[in-house]
Structures are given as C-alpha cells and as structure tokens.
Write a protein that binds this ligand. Structure first.
Ligand SMILES: NC(=O)c1ccc[n+]([C@@H]2O[C@H](COP(=O)([O-])OP(=O)(O)OC[C@H]3O[C@@H](n4cnc5c(N)ncnc54)[C@H](OP(=O)(O)O)[C@@H]3O)[C@@H](O)[C@H]2O)c1
Length: 252
C-alpha cells in the first residue's frame, strides 16, 4: 500500500485529494487544524477503502511539523508522497499600516510548505524514492493588485521546487508544482466566485494522475496557459492600465 501525507485536508482541494487517494487504496495521512472536520472526512475515506491517519497540525509550527512527519512515517511504515497543500488567500492589507495580513499569508504559504516538506526529505533520500508536491497557483504568474502576498508566496514555492529539482532527482525524488486556476472551494471569495471554476473533485483526480507521471509544473485547467502567455507578452505599462481597470476599487 502506497503512503501519502497531505496538509490542509479538512477542506477543498486537500479534502478532495484525500478522498481520491483513499479510493485508490492508498494509506493517507490527513492533517489540518480543524480536527473535527478531518475526522468526518477520514470516516468517509475509511469507508472507501483507504487506511487513514489524522493529525492536528498548524503548518506554521515547524516543530510540530517535524513531529507529525516522523509520526506518519512510523504509523504508515514509510512515505511515498507528500502534498504541501495547506494555504490561505486574502488581501495584503495595503493601507492598514500593518504587515499582519500579508505576513500571515507569506508565513502560511511559504514557511508552511517548507515546514511540511523538509522533515520528509531525509527518509526519501535514504530510501531513494519519493514525490514532493506543492500546490502553487496560476496567481504565481499574474501580479494581481492587493494580492501581492498570495501571488509571491506561490512564486516562492514554485521557485524552491525548481531549485531543488536537479539535486533531488539524483536521489530519485520527484518535485511537482501544481498551479491551479479557480477551483470551487471556500478560499475563493467575493467577486472572484463569478469566474468559471472547476470542481475540487475533478481537480484532485487530475492532480493524482499528474503526480503519478511526475510532471514538473502543471497548470490547470489548460486554458490558463493563454492568460499566462498574455501576461508575459503584453508590455508592462499596458498591463498596468488593464489591471487597474479590472481590479482597482473607486477609492484606490
Ligand atoms: N481554490 C482555488 O481556486 C485555488 C487556486 C490556486 C491555488 N489554490 C491553493 O490550493 C490550496 C488549497 O486551497 P483550497 O482551495 O482547497 O482552500 P480551502 O478549502 O480554504 O482549504 C485550505 C486548507 O488549508 C488549511 N490551512 C490553512 N491554514 C493552515 C495552517 N496554518 N495550518 C494547517 N492547515 C492550514 C485549511 O485547514 P484548517 O483551517 O482546518 O487548518 C484547509 O484545509 C491552497 O494552497 C491554495 O492557495 C487554490
């Protein structure tokens, strides 16, 4: 039985990933802060045939991440794949006079990923196999006003994976960055909910196949590749005019 550890499994994409891996008879380590939600999903996953372990984990807590990683390796008797999925969205709080909002996003989405992944690497190196996955975002290619913290956190984790890849490949450890566009989960709030969205279940199934193939960077759904291409080719002054028209509130 293959073993996978997933953060942010209490909701949205993480929950859908846990369910899809359980359906395919993996041993799944599910973690998040809302344990009661995890337990409910874990019961569903057990009914589907998976072997499930749940862990109360805040990814900002590096010591607890180390402890939980070692505990999962003991409970599951090994590790094949880790998905650093936990993340938060939100506004930078640009005019609040405080770095609290943006730092919360940066801490969760960058340090939360390194806290999750690093404790598993020695075991994967020793066994000469494993797959590390981060859930980046299409936002890592698009400088969205008021969301610099979110977009940059998603670039940072993609870049960390790009920089590790040639080294980890020597130990047969794969690094997969997944860049979703809008997926219908509670993280998508307000006017963004009027954009076309894919379901978390459809996304999770696709991600499982992509992870199995060991693809390096995966943009989902495919049509976001055009948006990314446009952002690259449109000259910056024109891009800034367009993005101001689209995103800036009257007060700004
Ligand atoms: N949905 C989209 O359109 C979209 C697009 C691109 C990328 N993404 C990325 O996909 C990932 C999953 O998001 P989602 O869409 O599934 O949103 P979601 O439904 O809000 O789920 C976020 C998950 O992250 C967990 N989490 C947040 N802060 C945490 C912390 N400090 N410690 C541990 N767990 C924490 C939450 O669990 P608890 O609150 O229970 O801890 C929850 O399970 C995120 O990294 C997000 O940036 C989403």
């Amino acid at each position: 039985m293959k073993k996978i550890f997933i953060t942010g499994a209490s909701s949205g994409i993480g929950k859908a990933l846990a369910i899809v891996y359980a359906k395919h008879n993996w041993c799944v380590g599910m973690s998040a802060r809302r344990l009661e939600m995890l337990e409910e999903i874990s019961d569903n996953c057990k009914d589907l045939g998976g072997k499930i372990f749940t862990y109360d984990l805040d990814v900002q807590d590096s010591e607890k991440c180390k402890f939980v990683a070692n505990q999962f390796i003991k409970d599951a008797q090994g590790i094949d794949c880790v998905i650093a999925n936990a993340g938060v969205g939100g506004d930078d709080g640009l005019y609040t006079g405080s770095s609290e909002d943006i730092n919360y996003i940066l801490n969760t989405n960058i340090l939360g990923v390194t806290n999750t992944i690093m404790p598993f690497i020695p075991k994967m190196k020793e066994q000469k196999s494993g797959t590390l996955v981060c859930i980046s975002s299409v936002a890592s290619y698009v400088p969205l006003p008021f969301h610099g913290g979110y977009a940059s956190s998603k670039i940072a984790i993609r870049m960390i994976f790009d920089s590790w890849r040639p080294t980890l490949q020597r130990h047969n450890i794969k690094t997969v960055s997944i860049c979703p566009g809008f997926i219908d989960t509670p993280i998508v709030k307000g006017p963004a909910r009027s954009f076309p969205m894919r379901s978390a279940d459809a996304a999770a199934l696709k991600f499982m196949n992509i992870i199995e193939k060991g693809k390096r960077t995966y943009i989902y759904p495919w049509y976001y590749k055009f948006l990314i291409f446009l952002v690259r080719v449109v000259p910056e002054p024109i891009f800034n005019i367009l993005i101001r028209k689209l995103f800036h509130r009257p007060i700004n």
